[in-house]
Ligand binder design. Structure first.
Ligand code: PLP
Length: 373
């Protein structure tokens, strides 16, 4: 059966160069990086070179990059540290963050009795920076935690302006950049973000590895205790092959960013043009989404909502659920619930997320299968 993968915001295919790099490390570098003999030193060397490579891509210093197991772990660690180590009494976030932030905030609020405020969003799901200013003006020791790119609708935070506001009011700033690292140029030398979370499997790297950027000078303590790995900040023997794969994936993503972005943007234009022809009246959910994500509301009857993903799956097409009433899920999309009317929420919405591996044929196949729904 023909298979078409259009769910790249969920995860991405690993680049062949990354697999080759990881295989080489697994075959030749099995030493424990904490061992002092030559096998260990060689593995440690790979870790540190990878750290440098990653830091260079985002304008960070190598010492500011801490390896973790994933984006979720980075988010958990940073949010907890802000309370325990930086003594913030309030976290400002938004209702459309990933659950790795939202659910963590609920737990932390109960555990530490901190305040959690949610910034207003515009109709299209953008953060209302005027409201953020008003909240910040209240002058409580605060961490702002706002995602750079939304994983469901692709909306983009003005990172520079948000960081500037946080600085102006003396608040710390964390950004969940899991959907933007490797897809958008980020220069942390220019933008005064304090903390950032990233995950390799979103930029054509392996799963089970991510990193946290922690700005130099911020004193944080570990969430996982044990050995002295990662300067004692994240104990546990490092997955050297995963780290090497992540560094390779990020380096290639940024080397190829211009051409891959252009290709993906063209594919999305083609998708939207085809939708315009065959599904007149369709809408894009979310204001000015990033070039790789199209969350679309289809002008189809409500009763088609439940079977549409199933139908696409039967035809070998992978996309993600967009709408709240869809796919028999008891959990609605908390993101669309914030930005759509009750009526639109029950209509079929799909998240189509692209990578440079997609082709015009993939889009045409999707359109033809959608027409047969
Ligand atoms: N944050 C965002 C915005 C995401 O899209 C995801 C993954 O879907 C995560 C966090 C969690 O990342 P990980 O899968 O590496 O735990």
């Amino acid at each position: 059966m023909k298979k078409v993968y259009l769910d790249n915001a969920a995860t991405t295919a690993i680049r062949p160069e990354v697999i080759a790099q990881m295989a080489q490390v697994m075959q030749e570098e099995f030493g424990n990086p904490s061992s002092t003999h030559s096998f260990g030193r060689s593995a440690k060397n790979i870790l540190e070179l990878s750290r440098k490579t990653i830091a260079k891509q985002i304008g960070a210093q190598a010492s500011e990059v801490i390896f973790t197991s994933c984006g979720t772990e980075s988010n958990n660690w940073i949010l907890r540290s802000a309370i325990v180590d930086l003594k913030v009494e309030r976290i400002i976030s938004s209702k459309i963050e990933h659950h790795a932030v939202l659910h963590t905030l609920e737990v932390l609020r109960d555990e530490f009795s901190i305040a959690v405020d949610y910034v207003d969003l515009t109709e299209g799901g953008l953060v209302d920076l005027n409201h953020l200013s008003e909240l910040l003006a209240e002058n409580v020791p605060t961490l702002v935690s706002l995602m750079h790119v939304n994983n469901e609708i692709g909306t983009v935070l003005d990172l520079a302006e948000t960081a500037r506001l946080c600085k102006q009011y003396g608040a710390h700033f964390h950004t969940d950049a899991v959907q933007s690292v490797g897809k958008v140029a980020i220069d942390l030398q220019q933008i005064p973000v304090d903390f950032l979370s990233a995950s390799a499997h979103k930029f054509h790297g392996p799963k089970g590895i991510g990193f946290a950027f922690v700005r130099k000078g911020l004193v944080v303590h570990p969430m996982i205790w044990g050995g002295e790995q990662e300067k004692g900040l994240r104990a546990g023997t490092e997955g050297v092959h995963n780290v090497a794969g992540m560094a390779k994936a990020l380096e290639i993503s940024y080397t190829e960013l211009g051409s891959e972005q252009a290709k993906i943007a063209q594919l999305r234009d083609h998708l939207l043009a085809q939708l315009q022809i065959h599904f007149r009246g369709f809408k894009v959910n979310g204001a000015s989404p990033l070039y790789n994500i199209a969350n679309i509301l289809l002008p189809l009857p409500e009763e088609k909502t439940a079977m549409i993903l199933f139908h696409l799956d039967m035809k070998g097409i992978a996309v993600s659920r967009g709408s709240a009433c869809q796919s028999g899920s008891l959990r609605p999309s908390h993101v669309l619930a914030e930005i759509l009317s009750e009526e639109d929420l029950c209509k079929p919405s799909l998240r189509i997320s692209l990578s440079h591996y997609n082709t015009k044929d993939d889009i045409d196949y999707l359109i033809s299968v959608l027409q047969s729904v």
